[in-house]
Design a protein around this ligand. Sequence first.
Ligand code: UDP
Length: 329
Amino acid sequence: MTGKRIVVLGGAGFLGSHLCERLLEDGAAEVISIDNFSTGSERNLAELPRFGRFQSLRHDITAPLHIRGPVDYVFNMASPASPLDSMQLPIETLRVGSLGTENGLLLARDKDAVFLQASTSEIYGNPLVHPQREEYWGNVNPTGPRSCYEEARRYGEALVSAYRRTHGVQTRIARIFNTYGPRMRLEDGHVVPTFVGQALRGEDFTVFGDGSQTRSFCYVSDVIEGLVRLALSDCTEPVNLGNPREMTILQLAEAVRQVHGGSSRVLFQPLPRDEPRQRRPDITRARMVLDWEPYVSLEEGLLSTFAWFRKVTSRRTPRHEDGLASAPL
Ligand code: UDP
């Protein structure tokens, strides 16, 4: 990425901000983050001005995007992404996935830039094939509570593919599986920050259903490495990025308890509708095409996630910035 001028849509979000930082570390000539801060946060970008080659623009990408000068890469990381976001921002999620993605593609077309779409394992829905390979087309309820996110990302992949075929845009599609790490929002409803917050407060872990559903959790730096490798490759097919280590949610609760210590127990709660029962990426394609696989262990990743949440919650102001919990930790 040395010497490249790069636009990151959704640059103030969890993944977007880690990506901006990585691109700057890699010697990008300039990184421009575009974000409306609906779920992203200025705090995620606080360290980046030190590079001197970083710009943050407040803009809603569902409106047309104009950037002066050349652009080499456009990364589309913009979307609300948690189950709670899907409940609270369903129309925004659909609009950013459709109109926002198209505005990003138009920018890439006009600038002759590579366009990387951050898609998701959610496009597989509640999968009937396990583990999930890129060839699997998914099992999605188009009108269920998760549909705004799942269908927006599926539409995004279709749109990206259409712009590649029709306009020759150089496109890449990453299907990102469950990812965790510093800069997640403590209360976005994702299971890792939820359990970490509960452990720090000495509360019980809220396990949905009987906790036998599975996920595979990838640490954020591994995913960012995969995204950079994919952008630099010439692979136009979707590529799964995720950790193939699959575990039940009860096992995750146990791992969080082991890393933190403490006496949190498990509190069973009803399983939300249309939840995937199991999820694990088949990363054969990423291994072959990108020579990529994750290497951060769950224990290491949880340790740095705990460290970050401890730091930000101890610094918190009474204004409850950035969606952090209102109760002291
Ligand atoms: N989950 C849970 N308790 C929580 C939040 C989530 O047991 O407080 C479970 C949820 O039922 C799901 C898994 O954790 O099976 C992962 O949930 P998350 O929302 O993090 O991601 P996604 O469902 O989108 O994979």
